[in-house]
Design a protein around this ligand. Structure first.
Ligand SMILES: [Fe+2]
Length: 314
């Protein structure tokens, strides 16, 4: 099963206009019909909760209605259809995609991937002892830059049975486990990508089933910090970050959203091939973050009262 990554996530929402504003402020680009795209064409689609075109909701009522994965060609699509048809209904939709449910009840779609090449470089740094990546007079900071999400990266799902879910994605859809947070669940990688994870399953009670967060890639940590700082300045509530994860090594910054899940900006995720041996770490805060930043309003005693007794300036 040659799945290359996430393609589109479909949500049912109560406030379409307010949700659209959130997605635009996050940095996605409007593409019409409730579709909001990253630079490579991967997307979030929103619709009114009672829209009859939407797949039926989970019993939990979670806003995620469908997760669409991309495949490279029609042959890969046919292979998935043949595999799933052995024990469940597979629907062919007018747009050429297929639709079926996983073993946990999530509605899945599969289609020839929309991802397009975006031809952007990575963030360049100058490091002592290494050849410069930025030429003389090429600045590392552009205060006017507005980094945009480049690509839909991954989702984390709250599920009532991570073992059942892991079996389905590995045995039926060809995913691999790259790492595991013991007590939470596995990080899963489809066969058509080397990225550390596209799917992370987290064990929860059944009434919580649904999407916990989704993430879009940015161009590097500087872009994560700039996009997150700008998003926070617009009044959106930071949930966790900025920081850097242990498993996957991705930089992260999570925000609350009106879509019933968190939105993460991320960058610089590890790549793994099939020689990688999955690690296991206990699921606690210390095993998921290498470090975490804390904003400081003011760092120098300029233009204001002196620091309180006991506070030191570096
Ligand atoms: Fe994440």
């Amino acid at each position: 099963m040659n799945i290359t990554g996430l393609d589109t996530l479909v949500f049912a929402v109560d406030e379409v206009d307010a949700t659209a504003t959130y997605l635009l402020d996050y940095g996605l680009l409007p593409a019409g019909a409730g579709r909001f795209e990253a630079l490579d064409g991967t997307a979030i689609v929103i619709a009114q909760r009672d829209d009859p075109q939407l797949p039926r909701p989970l019993a939990s009522g979670n806003a995620l209605r469908k997760t669409i994965y991309g495949v490279p060609d029609a042959a890969a699509l046919d292979a998935i259809a043949a595999e799933l048809l052995t024990d469940r209904e597979v629907r062919r939709l007018p747009d050429g995609s297929i639709e079926a449910e996983d073993d946990l009840g999530f509605c899945l779609g599969f289609k020839v991937a929309v991802r397009r090449s975006i031809g952007l470089g990575a963030e360049a740094i100058n490091a002592a002892g290494a050849a410069p990546q930025r030429a003389p007079n090429q600045l590392g900071v552009d205060t006017e830059a507005r980094p945009l999400p480049r690509a839909l990266s991954h989702i984390a799902l709250f599920v009532p049975d991570t073992e059942k879910g892991e079996r389905f994605y590995i045995e039926r859809l060809g995913f691999r486990c790259t790492d595991r947070l013991v007590g939470a669940g596995p990080f899963l990688q489809p066969a058509g990508t080397l990225e550390h994870h596209t799917l992370f399953l987290i064990q929860t009670p059944p009434h919580m089933q649904g999407i916990e967060h989704l993430a879009f890639h940015l161009g590097g940590p500087n872009e994560v910090f700039m996009a997150g700082t700008r998003f926070a300045a617009r009044g959106y509530q930071s949930f966790w970050g900025p920081g850097r994860h242990t498993m996957g090594s991705n930089w992260f910054w999570y925000f609350n959203s009106p879509l019933g899940c968190r939105f993460e900006y991320d960058a610089d995720m590890d790549l793994h091939d099939d020689t990688w041996i999955p690690r296991e770490l206990p699921a606690k805060a210390d095993s998921t973050q290498v470090f975490l930043f804390q904003a400081r309003e003011k760092w120098a005693p300029v233009g204001g009262p002196p620091p309180a007794a006991g506070q030191q300036h570096a």
